[in-house]
Design a protein around this ligand. Structure first.
Ligand SMILES: Nc1nc2c(ncn2[C@@H]2O[C@H](COP(=O)(O)OP(=O)(O)OP(=O)(O)O)[C@@H](O)[C@H]2O)c(=O)[nH]1
Ligand SMILES: [Mg+2]
Length: 640
C-alpha cells in the first residue's frame, strides 16, 4: 500500500482545516483552545484511504498546519516530511501574507508536488473566482505549482467549497493522480523519525508520533533518541492510527517506547537506529535567501528549523560578507543545540527579529572535520558534495580524512546511503584504482594510500639510520610512528612487503637486504668480543673487562653486546655470566658422553669435568636445569 503525506499551507482562516475535514471526515483541530477560538494553533492530523487507478489502495496522511503568522514555527514542524502540498487560498480573499510565506517555505523545502485549492468558492460569483484564479496563476508562475499545461496535469488550481461539498470529489481524483506520481521512497535508507508529538497513554506509557521520513521501524526494534543518545525499544507501532508490525518511509507513525519517560522526549528530537549517526551542532550547507529578504550579513543569528526541530544558528558565509536577496551561497552553521541532520536534509531560516521567513537551504555536510581546513579547500569539497556523482562524493569524503580514511559504516552515516550502496560504490572505485579497502572496512583514497605507504617506508628507513645496530623496527612501534589506524597500517605494510619495498621477519620490519649496518670499528669490536668469549670456553671473562678494552664508546659497546645476544652468538645465563654459544654446545656434548658412564653428577664431578670454579659451576648447572639438560635430585643432578 502506497503512503503519501499531504500537508496543507495557506493564510489563516482560508479553510485548511475545513478542507481536510471535507476530504477525510476528520477534524484535525484537536486542542480545546483551537475548537474554542476556531483557529488552528498546532499541527493536526487526518487520514484517508482512496483506491488508486490500478485498484491498489492509496493511504493519504494529512498534516494540517496553522495559518496564523504567530504559529509559523508550528507549521514548520509539520511541513518537513510532506510529499505533496495543498496550497489553500480562499476565493473571497485571494493571496495573503501567509499564502506567500507558506509557499516560500514549501519551495525552500524542495516540495515538488501539490495542488492549489481555491476554497470558499461558494462565497464568490463566477467573475470573482476567475479574477482570483488569474491572480493565483500569476503568483504561481515559474514555480512547481505553475498552472498546468498539458505536460503538468498534476498541479491544477481547483475551486472547492468545503461547506457545500462542491469540487471535493474532483479534488480527491486530483489527489489520487498526484499521489500516484510521487516517487516511492527508498526503503533501504536508515530510519529517521523526527518527533512531532510526545504523550502518555494510560496503560501503554510513552508514545511519540511523527512522519517517518525514511527507512522502516519495526515492533521490538532497538532505536536511539537524538540528540540525547538514549536507547529505547519499540513496544508497539501504529501507522495512521492503526496497529502495525512496522512503519515505513512516508507514513504517519506512532511508536510506543520502552526505556524512556515522556519528559525525556520532546518535539524536535529524532529517533533513528542505534550507534549509527551522530547529532551535530556544526554543519556546512548551501543557503538561499528569498528575494523578499533583506541582505543577510556574515555572522548573522537566525532561527533555524529542520523537520520538527527548532534552534538558533549563527551563519558564517564562505568567501563573502553578505548574501544579497534571491542569491545562494555556501555557509557554515553553528547551532545553539545539536540536531540529527544528514546531507540532503532541508531547513528554513527565519530572521531573528522581527521573526519572518528569510531563506533556507540544504545540508551538505553534517560531519565537518574538527580541524577546519582552509576555506578554499572546504569550498572545493562542498562543490563536489553539491554537484558531484556519488563516486566523486565518496572520494571527496575519503580524501579529506587523509590517511585516516573512512570506515564503511562511517561513510553510510556521513552520506546517508544504504550500506549496500556504499559497498558497491567502494568496490567500483577499488576496481578503477581510486581507492583501497583496508582490512575490509576502512577506505583510503589512492593518493592517501600512496602517501601512507611512503610514510611507512620512510619511517623504516629513518629507524635504520638511527639504529644501525638493530635489525629492524617492531610493527606496532612502526604503526605508532606513522600514526596509521591498524587496518590501514597492516594493509599498507602487506602491500609494501608484497612489492618488496620492505621485508618483515617475524615482528620486525626492515628494508630489503638491510640487516645491521656497522662501521669498521664497530665490526672490529664485535669480533674482539666474540673472539674473547670463543677462546675462553667455559672460563668466560667478565663482560665489563672485555668491554673496557674496546675502542668504541660504552653505549655502542652495549649495543654490540645486545646484537650478539640477539644473534645468539653469546648466551647470557645469569646477570653476570655470558658464554659463547659454542662453549655451551661443547658442554652439552660432553654431558651426553658422561651420561653413558653414569647419569648422576654432583658439583664436584661437574667441576672436574669442566675445570670451572664453584662460582661458575652453580649458575651453569642451574642453566642446564632450566634447559632440561640436567635435573636436580637432592644434592646431585641427573643428566637427562
Ligand atoms: N462558506 C465557506 N466557509 C468555509 C469554507 N471553508 C472554511 N470555511 C469557514 O472559514 C472559517 C475558517 O476555516 P478553517 O478551516 O478553520 O480555516 P483554517 O485555514 O484552517 O484556519 P487556521 O488553521 O487558523 O489557519 C471557518 O469558519 C469555516 O467554517 C468554505 O469552503 N465555504
Ligand atoms: Mg486550521
Amino acid at each position: 500500500m502506497k503512503s503519501v503525506i499531504i500537508g496543507t499551507a495557506g493564510h489563516i482562516d482560508h479553510g485548511k482545516t475545513a478542507l481536510v475535514k471535507a476530504l477525510t471526515g476528520i477534524d484535525a483541530d484537536r486542542l480545546e483552545e483551537e475548537k474554542r477560538r476556531g483557529i488552528t494553533i498546532d499541527i493536526g492530523f487526518a487520514h484517508l484511504e482512496l483506491p488508486g487507478p490500478d485498484g491498489e489502495v492509496l493511504r493519504l496522511g494529512f498534516v494540517d498546519v496553522p495559518g496564523h503568522e504567530r504559529f509559523v514555527r508550528n507549521m514548520l514542524a509539520g511541513i518537513g516530511g510532506i510529499d505533496l502540498v495543498l496550497l489553500v487560498i480562499a476565493a473571497d480573499e485571494g493571496i495573503k501574507p501567509q499564502t506567500r510565506e507558506h509557499f516560500d517555505i514549501c519551495r525552500l523545502l524542495g516540495v515538488r508536488s501539490g495542488i492549489t485549492v481555491l476554497t470558499k468558492s461558494d462565497l464568490v460569483d463566477r467573475e470573482t473566482l476567475e479574477v482570483v484564479r488569474l491572480e493565483v496563476e500569476d503568483f504561481l508562475r515559474g514555480s512547481f505549482l505553475e498552472n498546468p499545461g498539458a505536460d503538468k496535469p498534476t498541479t491544477p488550481i481547483m475551486p472547492v467549497s468545503s461547506l457545500t461539498g462542491a469540487g471535493i470529489d474532483e479534488l480527491k481524483r486530483a489527489l489520487v493522480a498526484a499521489a500516484v506520481e510521487i516517487p516511492t521512497k527508498n526503503p533501504n535508507l536508515l530510519a529517521r523519525l523526527p518527533i512531532d508529538r510526545v504523550f502518555t497513554i494510560r496503560g501503554f506509557g510513552t508514545v511519540v508520533t511523527g512522519t517517518l521520513v525514511s527507512g522502516r521501524i519495526a515492533k521490538e526494534g532497538e532505536l536511539e533518541v537524538f540528540p540525547a543518545g538514549k536507547r529505547v525499544r519499540v513496544r508497539g507501532v501504529q501507522v495512521h492510527g492503526k496497529p502495525a508490525e512496522e512503519a515505513s518511509a512516508g507514513q504517519r507513525t506512532a511508536l510506543n517506547l520502552a526505556g524512556i519517560a515522556t519528559d525525556e522526549l520532546a518535539r524536535g528530537m529524532t529517533i533513528a537506529p542505534p550507534a549509527t549517526f551522530r547529532s551535530t551542532s556544526r554543519m556546512d550547507v548551501s543557503l538561499s535567501l528569498l528575494p523578499s529578504a533583506k541582505p543577510l550579513k556574515d555572522r548573522a543569528r537566525v532561527h533555524f528549523h529542520a523537520y520538527t526541530s527548532e534552534t538558533i544558528a549563527t551563519i558564517s558565509l564562505y568567501g563573502s560578507k553578505e548574501i544579497p536577496p534571491g542569491q545562494s551561497t555556501f555557509a557554515h552553521l553553528r547551532l545553539a543545540e545539536p540536531v540529527l541532520l544528514l546531507p540532503g536534509d532541508r531547513f528554513i531560516i527565519r530572521q531573528f527579529s522581527p521573526v519572518v521567513t528569510i531563506g533556507g537551504g540544504v545540508v551538505l555536510d553534517a560531519s565537518p572535520l574538527a580541524r577546519r581546513p582552509h576555506a578554499e579547500e572546504i569550498l572545493v569539497f562542498l562543490k563536489t558534495i553539491a554537484k558531484g556523482s556519488p563516486e566523486q562524493i565518496l572520494l571527496a569524503r575519503l580524501s579529506r580524512r587523509k590517511q585516516a580514511g573512512l570506515k564503511l559504516a562511517e561513510a553510510v552515516a556521513e552520506m546517508n546511503l544504504p550500506m549496500a550502496t556504499v559497498c558497491s560504490l567502494a568496490s567500483r572505485l577499488k576496481e578503477s584504482g581510486e581507492l583501497r579497502i583496508c582490512g575490509q572496512e576502512v577506505l583510503l583514497s589512492k593518493v592517501w594510500f600512496e602517501k601512507a605507504s611512503e610514510n611507512v617506508a620512510a619511517a623504516v628507513k629513518g629507524f635504520h639510520d638511527k639504529n644501525p645496530l638493530v635489525a629492524g623496527i617492531g610493527k606496532e612501534e612502526l604503526r605508532n610512528k606513522t600514526k596509521l589506524g591498524p587496518e590501514a597500517f597492516y594493509t599498507v605494510l602487506d602491500n609494501l612487503v608484497n612489492i618488496r619495498k620492505l621485508e618483515a621477519t617475524g615482528e620486525l620490519v626492515h628494508l630489503p637486504g638491510r640487516g645491521v649496518v656497522m662501521k669498521d670499528e664497530e665490526a672490529a669490536s664485535k669480533k674482539v668480543i666474540e673472539d674473547a668469549f670463543a677462546s675462553a670456553g667455559l672460563k668466560a671473562p667478565a663482560l665489563k673487562d672485555v668491554l673496557a678494552g674496546l675502542k668504541v664508546d660504552k653505549t655502542r659497546a652495549q649495543k654490540i653486546v645486545t646484537l650478539l645476544l640477539r644473534e645468539k652468538v653469546l648466551v647470557k645465563i645469569s646477570e653476570e655470566l655470558v658464554f659463547h654459544r659454542e662453549a655451551l654446545e661443547n658442554l652439552r656434548r660432553q654431558l651426553a658422553t658422561e651420561k653413558a658412564k653414569s647419569p648422576r653428577m654432583d658439583v664436584a664431578r661437574f667441576k672436574d669435568l669442566t675445570g670451572v670454579s664453584r662460582k661458575y659451576a652453580i649458575p651453569l648447572l642451574e642453566y642446564l636445569d632450566r634447559e632440561h639438560v640436567t635435573k636436580r635430585a637432592g644434592d646431585e643432578r641427573l643428566i637427562l
